[in-house]
Ligand binder design. Structure first.
Ligand code: ARG
Ligand code: ZN
Length: 865
């Protein structure tokens, strides 16, 4: 059944206070909930029955109203809902439910991860714990008591502050937590386990002392320092940049190994996937460190953008996620290299979000309908949502944007609101009409800008003509023009900047005129990726090379290089399809040689410039995806650049191989990324000396970044003996580090050499693999289907059948993860006919299976439409 935004109704009943008592035992958990309920004065229809949501599989043990026990005739229970008629205006409902956390493999609600109890309630997990109006616009003050065996579960945590505790003679103890801030049920959390703790403290700008506690399994205690520093940096940054302070005495983070997503911002008690909080130089790559910093900040920032001001309904998810992703991206940009962060984010958007926009699950940043909300925690809601907030920031400028955010928090503190409310605050402070801008929230699809220009040398008048359009998406045939900021520079032939500024697009077609331009300029368009669009302008190779050399906008310098590569690659893809010999332009080679020899360039930027667009990105750009042609063309270009510039790659490798001790500062990370890129190109020559170099780096490095880079290059090379040897050595060294073993799995799952499917099947039987652990599934299945295109897309369809087998098996166990792993198959219409039909066949096979979860059903059925 489908839920529609337009059907939204405010809740008929409010829950002012929620008191919970959890009796945690090995074979069951009893939950007693006491809800102080009153009719919503804002809703007129007071005779409505009370409707509480509760999972169909949850056992209801007792129900009473104001102390009067109800019997089965007093209420109706049907799939997912409990209905009680004739309740008073205000009353206390008591409800006892019995849960089986140890059997909860969906990892929603209360479940066990490696022997500890934990919860995941967003979006709709609380209804697996007790009956409740489980919707974000019902906000309640929670008081929670946990009772458990003291030896097994010495640590008992929930939201807020601990206010009472004790123990009995039978070895059980209890702790009561009180959260003074009203919150929706999706922000509820509890944890019980035998956990180690890193503690620190933070003094807020106004002088509040906050205890900072990060909990993990004892063996991981040495991997918490980085997250702690990130947390303190994020707290300071939110005070400095947004004027937002923390509002409780304790801030807790708990690391759990079994987790469906990255992390969760539960009030005062964040629960994190270990992959997003544990970090140590020996076990974590630079990318991993960056992710920890970003996610810790993201969850912390939610305390205001999400918790103090929350969403009215789940269609508004981007209200908190888009804004918070924008906030964490700006934080990371301030902590590291701003341009590199932007390049990484835009690459993700162009590769994966644009593909989502072009697929069957395409939806607006504020969706209009859904069957299963878990399917809408998407790149569109998160990443495109963040771009929409960034455009507001660009259009208003930093000062007005800050005033707007202050007003938004002030107006709506303690409320559950909508994306319209967010934009309204920006309208108030700026005095601008943003109604057209709001189409970014309601229209799906990636807009396209077609830019052409003209120059009149006699008058010095230069004109840019911009046409915008947006392709149809499911349910939206015609799109209205968007309001967007187009950042532009005009450069002279020698790189001098003749103009720099911001244009605003509102019409389908607009002409912008620049006077007193001394020579025909080269336009640097969409600087900093000022809007999430595709931009066409008919650049010559020479113009792109000029921009690559001279553009003062770092992002566009990089982008000019990418455009050049993409164009050359697209030509080679066509050549391959037509049986024409492949070739690589000498201009590109010379441009790269210049870059490689210029020791003054920032290594991190250089690494970005010298990386070829991925096969996934080339697929997104293709009219029809031909996996093999894309692979062959890119491999050809990569090996050519490797061979022709072999000496330059070696020099760069040596220049970056400084022997310095490991540090996570941006410069050191930049040097490592360039060094490992150089090593990748050296290995692409297939020559023995570089195998030795990689082997040396593998065994001598003091950090996971260099070790893993060397391992994966060797493992993906034709030197199979050394590959097996290093993979085995790596396994023996790291078998007790679960997160490192995930890397070991994904390196092998993404190995392009022959026999990949047999290898992943073998790995699925390996003792370190655990099909109930989402991180392991993502490493193995995600690694094969997402990072190994030639084998996933094998022409006999074996990769597709393999994925479908897994989905059907996982769907019974963990629907959220199953639906997510399914993504690659949903893109079937984009592929050439042979593969397309095979993919469709597997989707149809799933569709014909009885009893799919709502999660998988929604994705499969929409894909087949
Ligand atoms: N609110 C979390 C975050 O982005 C995501 C949790 C979503 N979890 C889920 N199972 N849908 O920070
Ligand atoms: Zn979030």
């Amino acid at each position: 059944s489908t839920i529609y935004l337009e059907d939204y109704q405010p809740p008929a009943w409010l829950v002012t206070h929620t008191e919970l008592r959890f009796e945690l035992e090995e074979d069951q958990t009893l939950v007693r909930a006491q809800l102080s309920i009153q009719s919503n004065p804002a809703v007129s229809d007071r005779r409505k029955p009370l409707e509480l949501l509760g999972d169909a599989g949850m056992e209801l043990c007792r129900l009473s109203i104001d102390g009067q026990v109800l019997d089965a005739a007093d209420y109706q229970r049907e799939a997912g809902c409990l209905r009680i008629a004739n309740v008073p205006e205000s009353f206390v409902l008591e409800c006892v439910t019995r849960l089986l956390p140890h059997e909860n493999t969906a990892l929603e609600g209360l479940y066990k991860s490696d022997g500890m109890f934990c919860t995941q309630c967003e979006a709709e997990g609380f209804r697996r714990i007790t009956f409740f109006p489980d919707r974000p616009d019902v906000m309640s003050i929670f008081r929670t008591t946990l009772v458990a065996d003291k030896q097994r579960y010495p640590v008992l945590l929930s939201n807020g502050n601990p206010v009472d505790s004790g123990e009995d003679d039978e070895g059980r103890h209890w702790v009561t937590w009180d959260d003074p801030w009203p919150k929706p049920s999706y922000l509820f959390a509890l944890v019980a386990g035998d956990l180690a703790l890193l503690e620190d403290q933070y003094t807020t700008a106004s002088g509040r002392e906050v205890a900072l506690r990060i909990y993990a399994e004892r063996k991981d205690l040495d991997k918490l320092d980085y997250a702690m520093q990130a947390l303190k940096d994020a707290m300071r940054w939110d005070e400095d940049v947004y004027g937002r302070e923390y509002d409780l005495d304790i801030y807790m983070i708990v690391a759990v190994d079994f987790f469906n997503m990255g992390a969760m911002e539960n009030k005062g008690l964040n629960i994190f996937n270990t992959s997003c909080v544990l970090a140590h130089p020996q076990t974590t790559t630079d990318q991993g460190f960056q992710r920890v910093e970003g996610v810790v900040a993201h969850e912390y920032f939610h305390n205001w953008s999400g918790n103090r001001v929350t969403c009215r309904d789940w269609f508004q998810l981007s209200l908190k996620e888009g804004f918070t992703v924008f906030r964490d991206a700006e934080f990371s940009a301030d902590m590291n290299s701003r341009t590199v962060k932007r390049i990484e984010d835009v690459t993700l958007l162009r590769t994966a979000q644009f593909a989502e926009d072009g697929g069957p699950m395409a939806h607006p940043v504020r969706p209009e309908s859904y069957m299963e909300i878990s399917n809408f925690y998407t790149l569109t809601v998160y990443e495109k949502g963040a771009e929409v907030v960034r455009m507001l920031h660009t259009l208003l400028g930093p000062e007005l944007f800050r005033q707007g955010s202050d007003l938004y928090f002030e107006r709506h503190d303690g409320q559950a609101v909508t994306t319209d409310d967010f934009v309204a605050a920006m309208e108030t402070v700026s005095g601008r009409d943003l109604s057209q801008f709001k189409r970014w929230y309601s229209q799906a699809g990636t807009p396209r800008l077609q830019v052409s220009d003209s120059f009149d040398a006699a008058t010095g008048c230069y004109q840019l003509k911009v046409r915008q359009s947006c392709p149809p998406s499911p349910g939206q045939e015609h799109k209205q023009p968007y309001h967007l900021p187009l950042a532009v520079g005009l450069l002279a032939e020698d790189g001098r900047e003749l103009f720099a500024g911001l244009l605003e697009l509102t019409e389908e077609e607009q002409v912008f005129r620049f006077d007193n331009i001394s020579e025909r300029p080269v336009p640097s368009l969409l600087r900093g990726f000022s809007a999430p669009v595709k931009l066409d302008y008919d650049y010559t190779d020479a113009q792109l090379l000029m921009l690559l050399r001279h553009d003062t906008d770092g992002f566009n310098r990089w982008d000019a290089g990418q455009r050049l590569c993409i164009r050359l690659l697209q030509t080679q893809i066509r050549n391959h399809q037509q049986g024409v010999a492949l070739s690589c332009s000498s201009e590109l080679i010379e441009a790269w040689r210049n870059l490689l020899q210029d020791a003054s360039l920032d290594p991190a930027m250089l690494a970005q410039c010298l990386r070829l667009p991925s096969e996934a990105q080339l697929s997104e750009l293709a009219e029809q995806i031909d996996v093999s042609a894309i692979h062959e063309a890119r491999e050809f270009m990569r090996t050519t650049l490797a061979q022709v510039l072999e000496q330059e790659w070696l020099q760069v490798y040596q220049r970056c191989d400084t022997g310095e001790t490991y540090s996570t500062d941006a410069e050191a990370m930049g040097r490592r990324s360039l060094k490992n890129l150089a090593l990748a190109y050296l290995m692409a020559t297939g020559r023995e000396p570089w195998l030795e170099l990689a082997r040396q780096q593998y065994s001598q490095s003091d950090n996971m970044t260099d070790q893993l880079a060397a391992l994966s290059l060797v493992a993906h090379s034709d030197f199979r003996e050394t590959a097996d040897e290093l993979l085995q050595a790596f396994y023996l060294q790291w078998q007790h580090e679960s997160l490192v073993m995930n890397q070991w799995l994904s390196v092998q799952a993404s190995d392009p050499s022959a026999g990949a499917l047999a290898r992943v099947n073998q790995l699925a039987e390996h003792p370190i693999f655990d099909a109930r652990n989402p991180n392991k599934l993502r490493a193995l299945i995600g690694g094969f289907c997402g990072q190994n295109p030639m084998h996933f897309h094998a022409e006999d369809g074996s990769g597709y059948a393999w994925l479908a087998d897994w989905i059907l098996r996982l769907d019974r166990q963990n629907p959220q993860v199953a639906a997510r792993l399914l993504t690659p198959l949903t893109r079937w219409k984009r592929h050439e006919p042979v593969r397309s039909a095979l993919m469709q066949g597997q989707l149809q096979r799933m569709m014909d299976t009885a009893e799919l979860s709502a999660d998988v059903y929604e994705v499969v059925s929409k894909s087949l439409m």
